[in-house]
Design a protein. Structure first.
Length: 45
C-alpha cells in the first residue's frame, strides 16, 4: 500500500477525469433540483 497510487494524477487519461467531472456535475445539479422541489413544496402545498 505504500506505492499506491501507482501513477501521478497528471498521467491519468483525460477521458477518465472528464467522466468523473461530468458525473459530479450531474449529481450536484440533481441534488439542487430535489432540494428546490422540497422547498417549493413547502410553500405551495
Amino acid at each position: 500500500m505504500d506505492a499506491y497510487p501507482t501513477r501521478a494524477p497528471e498521467d491519468d487519461p483525460r477521458w477518465a477525469i472528464r467522466v468523473v467531472k461530468v458525473w459530479i456535475t450531474i449529481s450536484i445539479v440533481a441534488l439542487v433540483f430535489i432540494i428546490a422541489l422540497i422547498i417549493l413544496g413547502l410553500f405551495f402545498d
